[in-house]
Design a protein around this ligand. Structure first.
Ligand code: AFP
Length: 334
């Protein structure tokens, strides 16, 4: 029988064989993966379990919360608060930092997550996901605050996402490349189905919400015009476009077959640097993309070098196949 590698075995290898992660980080990742299984179960029940539609509340971003946003957030909090592997958590769905309650032991890690990314797709049965990022709690700090989370993405110890699609997948990096796991619903285990994933440097596929074109800044308009010009244009080849409006799904496609994903800042709201959040969307995805040989920038600098100033700050995102990301970034710099 073919030897199937489970997530646990992969993490034990990373801990004991390669010394890439600590025992506490291994426990953290296993707990997060287990929480994603529970979220996947809720998502898959859909209307049968009354998990669709609005929750009737707004999140810190002022966005109407879906019932599944709240369920996913609570699932991650409840799964992670008692294990002793975390000092605190932060979520797209919560304004402030969630410190581990005093009745539980505290660990040395910080966990950030977008519990359910792509919420606008829930009610139309399009793939959605969970994005997570792990940082180290600074030494000698007893009470974690927002300031302790404000570390550049290059400090991440691990990052990943679950995508709740035709199959439920977990895609993870601990700094030793990118591994993909498929949820085996018969055994309930995450089974490794790909390792050392590599993104092609070149691509013919791009992802952007083209309805915002009139709001884009000149470098983005120039780049998209060149893509649309195809073989007759300066890039000399035809391109295809995809936009799922679920970052996890678009990034998963890019990790699987290449492409470039863009959510640029636009002039709809000059105070906002785009729509996506740095700490729990752009940074974890940037870590994965770089580990797979791609590139990720905010248009002018490497994403993982951006110094955060606020927990929920937004950032322009250009990530995917290295050649295309470097091209559009160079247009911003020229
Ligand atoms: P929701 O979670 O509110 O659906 O937002 C999803 C998202 O943050 C990201 O997953 C998508 O790439 C992006 O927003 C889609 O934004 P547009 O709806 O403006 O295309």
């Amino acid at each position: 029988m073919r030897h199937l590698v489970s997530l646990t075995q992969y993490l034990v290898e990373q801990q004991r064989g390669k010394g890439k992660i600590s025992g506490e980080l291994r426990l953290l990742l296993e707990v997060v993966a287990r929480a994603c299984k529970r979220i996947s179960l809720a998502v898959s029940k859909g209307a049968l379990a009354d998990v669709l539609g609005e929750a009737g509340t707004n999140n810190v971003q002022g966005e109407a919360q879906k019932k599944l946003d709240v369920i996913a957030n609570e699932t991650l909090l409840e799964a992670n608060e008692w294990g002793g592997h975390l000092a605190a958590m932060a979520s797209e769905e919560m304004e402030g930092v969630y410190s581990i309650p005093n009745r539980y032991p505290r660990g040395e890690h910080l966990l950030l997550f977008d519990p359910l990314d792509g919420s606008s797709n829930i009610d139309v049965n399009v793939s959605i996901g969970t994005i997570f990022s792990v940082l180290k709690m600074p030494e000698g700090v007893s009470e974690p605050t927002e300031a302790h989370f404000l570390q550049p993405g290059s400090r991440q110890l691990a990052a990943g996402y679950a995508v709740y699609g035709p199959s439920t997948l977990l895609v993870l990096t601990v700094g030793d490349g990118v591994a993909k796991f498929t949820l085996d619903r018969e055994t309930g285990s995450w089974t490794k189905t790909a390792d050392h994933v590599r993104i092609p440097h070149k691509t013919s596929e791009y992802a952007i919400n083209a309805s915002n074109a009139r709001h884009w800044e000149p470098p983005v308009r120039r780049y998209i015009d060149e893509l649309v010009a195809g073989a007759q244009g300066p890039l000399g080849k035809n391109y295809n476009m995809r936009w799922v409006a679920s970052m996890v799904s678009d990034v998963h496609r890019i990790l699987t077959r290449g492409g470039i994903f863009m959510y640029p800042r636009d002039n709809r709201d000059p105070g906002k640097a785009g729509r996506l959040r740095l700490m729990y969307e752009a940074n974890p995805m940037a870590f994965l993309i770089e580990q797979a040989g791609g590139a990720a920038t905010n248009g002018v600098q490497r994403m993982l070098d951006v110094q955060p100033t606020k927990l929920h700050e937004r950032v322009a995102v250009f990530l995917g196949s290295k050649e295309e990301v470097e091209r559009v970034t160079s247009y911003h710099q020229s």
